[in-house]
Design a protein around this ligand. Structure first.
Ligand code: MG
Ligand code: MG
Length: 241
């Protein structure tokens, strides 16, 4: 799982220089898929419940599950959320990151920084002895404290031999609920935070999820291992990202 996580991180690093105006989300997805395959892994999302691409790429008011397309061309100032999963030798890694395309507005910058920070607030609670919803509560308190709202319909999850396993990990709720976290558990924590209201809806393609009020949304996710003292982030190379 550690290797699968590193592959996901490296796929994010591979696509990063290409997030610029004029590039289509299909091109970004191609770069991601070939990066994953070069590292002897397969994209976890491709054909998952019929999803047609290697990554989910969601722009601005799109929250998650955006389908890469030749018709979707990045513009200066876009907020681009990229979710990548990789299967290496039967184990999965899953990580989403939101990026600014070129120079972004002050609102976009605040949402990007706030959502990323909410993920790390959640990760601080990801340690043995805590309960699952301690993570959820920390994320909600932090994001709402900034005046943002937390998406309810989509949540984090256990991960391992399957991309999505129990337990579900909401990004909201009261603390002290749910299973007690134990060393060896592997989970994906993934706040989806809206600039405006929390409601979302799914478009007619059956995948793309947008904010109901059309406001911006950001998404940050890491796959982690619970340890005695905290958590080990698998989808990174040691730096904060
Ligand atoms: Mg993901
Ligand atoms: Mg996930």
């Amino acid at each position: 799982m550690r290797q699968a996580g590193l592959i996901v991180y490296k796929a994010h690093q591979a696509v990063l220089p290409w997030i610029k105006p004029g590039v289509s989300t299909h091109e970004l997805d191609d770069i991601i898929e070939s990066a994953i395959r070069k590292m002897s892994a397969t994209p976890s999302f491709k054909n998952y419940n019929g999803f047609p691409a290697a990554s989910c790429i969601s722009i601005n008011e799109e929250v998650i599950h955006g389908i890469p397309s030749k018709k979707k061309i990045l513009k200066e100032g876009d907020l681009v959320s990229i979710d990548i999963g990789a299967n290496y030798k039967g184990y999965h890694g899953d990580s989403a990151w939101s990026y600014g395309c070129g120079k972004v507005s002050e609102e976009t910058r605040r949402l990007l920084e706030g959502t990323k920070a909410s993920l790390f607030e959640g990760l601080k609670q990801a340690k043995a002895g805590n309960r699952l919803s301690d993570i959820s509560h920390a994320i909600q308190m932090y994001a709402e404290g900034l005046g943002f709202s937390v998406v309810r319909e989509f949540v984090g999850h256990g991960i391992g031999k399957n991309l999505h396993e129990d337990p579900a990990i909401p990004n909201y709720g009261l603390p002290g609920r749910g299973v007690i976290l134990r060393p060896g558990m592997t989970i994906a924590i993934e706040p989806m935070i809206n600039f405006g209201r929390k409601e979302v809806r799914v478009l007619a393609d059956g995948w793309t999820t947008i904010t109901a009020d059309g406001s911006l949304s950001a998404h940050f996710e890491h796959t982690v291992l619970i340890t005695e003292t905290g958590c080990d982030i698998f989808t990174t190379q040691g730096k904060e990202e």
